[in-house]
Design a protein around this ligand. Structure first.
Ligand code: ADP
Length: 399
């Protein structure tokens, strides 16, 4: 069975074609700068990368170009589109209407459109991706895999904000959480690695990348997570502030003459470690600058690591214990300095690192970095959101 996984962003459309018999990637790539001059499709097969520069005014044209590349006689990987058995779409927000992946039909598409206002940065692009695919491959079954779904098991005391309950009911204002496919994948991999029944496990998963979120996973189910109504909440991120006193918005609006929308854009794009350091949102730049003595870069790293550390403490309390701490995504998998900063001083929780293992370069496999006497297993697990999407799509299509 061949499954195409599609991840549509506002100006991009990433894809991976999986052979599900071996769960291997046949080809992957992405269209960039959709609707912007200079659009380009990068198509990576095992033989190398093909760069196709062509105007892509919208997602439909991008999707057509992706399919053309897949069947191209020279660098394509399939003979015809009918070889694609199903498509899995990554979708940001379920709006609480779906607690698991679903097959796409008109009704589901309408619910997604209704929920688009809950994720204004991502949902319109996700919907364009679905529509473009349906238009170009009308007879191929498609599944939607939501970033929020893994967090649907959170109990009300974790997902409710302390606001007027009627407003929660009417406007669906609550914590949803994001990066669900990643938290699900790495927590399941950790459970396999630990070799104990899922019900007995208490795991904290730290997805630390461009956006970062932490999840508390007890008995294989998410019971709390750091992102909230939107992916702006939680720990500080590359350019996002993370948790902040909401009264800052009014103050900021007054001082800088911002509208409310401008305040939110500021918190999304101008803050985080980039805002504190004035150097970069990229942790490779930050660690280098800090090493060279840049104090604000060091401060940004300190604020980030402290933010993650506090969530670890909170979630150990929420689960009444901790068996395993998992690091994943760009920073979690690669930036050993940050893992060290986060874990330093957590020995009262039974967490310690093996400095040599922690310093080892990530080779794509599960990597145990726990110290010899660490009661908590500390693991680096490379995430694979696309594989989860492909697996769930396969499951749904096979009924
Ligand atoms: P996104 O949320 O954009 O998918 P990623 O999970 O790719 O983000 O993480 C990007 C972050 O990971 C950047 O801050 C980057 O500096 C950091 N990082 C550190 N080392 C590496 C590395 N070797 N490769 C990729 N990203 C790295």
């Amino acid at each position: 069975m061949k499954i195409l996984v599609v991840n549509a962003g506002s100006s991009s459309l990433k894809y991976q074609l999986f052979d599900m018999d071996t769960e291997s990637v046949i080809v992957k790539g992405g269209a960039e700068r959709i609707g912007i001059p200079g659009s380009v499709l990068k198509h990576k097969t095992k033989d190398g990368e093909k760069i196709i520069e062509q105007d892509m005014p919208n997602h439909k044209v991008a999707m057509q170009l992706v399919l053309k590349a897949l069947v191209d006689p020279e660098y394509g990987v399939i003979r015809s589109m009918s070889e694609i058995d199903a498509v899995g779409h990554r979708v940001l927000h379920s709006g609480g209407d779906f607690d698991r992946s679903v097959l796409l039909n008109d009704e589901v598409l309408n619910i997604c459109k209704k929920n688009a206002e809950l994720g204004p940065l991502h949902m319109p692009a996700n919907i364009l991706g679905m529509e473009a695919c349906r238009e170009v491959m009308p007879d191929t079954p498609m599944a939607l895999v939501f970033d929020t779904a893994f967090h649907a098991t959170m109990p009300p005391h974790a997902y409710l904000y302390a606001i007027d309950y009627d407003d929660y009911k009417q406007y669906k204002i609550r914590r949803y959480g994001f990066h669900g496919t990643s938290h699900k994948y790495v927590s399941q991999e950790a459970i396999k690695y630990l070799g104990v029944p899922a019900e007995q496990t208490k795991i904290i998963t730290c997805h630390l990348g461009g956006g970062s979120s932490i999840a508390a996973v007890r008995g294989g189910k998410c019971i709390d997570t750091s992102m909230g109504f939107t992916p702006l909440a939680g720990v500080p991120m590359g350019t996002r502030s993370g948790d902040i006193d909401p009264a800052v918005l009014e103050y900021l609006a007054e001082k800088k003459g911002y509208s409310l929308v401008e305040c939110i854009t500021y918190l999304n794009k101008k803050c985080g470690v980039a805002g504190i350091s004035g150097v970069s949102s990229d942790f490779r730049d930050l660690t280098k600058a800090a090493d060279e003595g840049n104090e604000r870069a060091q401060l940004a790293l300190d604020v980030f690591a402290y933010g993650v550390k506090k969530y670890i403490g909170a979630y150990a309390a929420a689960m009444n214990g901790l068996d395993c701490l998992v690091f994943t995504a760009g920073i979690g998998e690669n930036t050993w300095e940050v893992r060290k900063m986060i874990c330093d001083g957590l020995d009262y929780l039974g967490i310690s690192l093996d400095p040599e293992q922690n310093g080892r370069k990530n080779d794509g496999s599960i990597h145990d970095i726990s110290g010899k006497n660490s009661k908590v297993k500390v693991l680096v697990i490379p995430t694979n959101e696309e594989l989860v999407i492909a697996r769930e799509t396969k499951e749904l299509v096979e009924g």
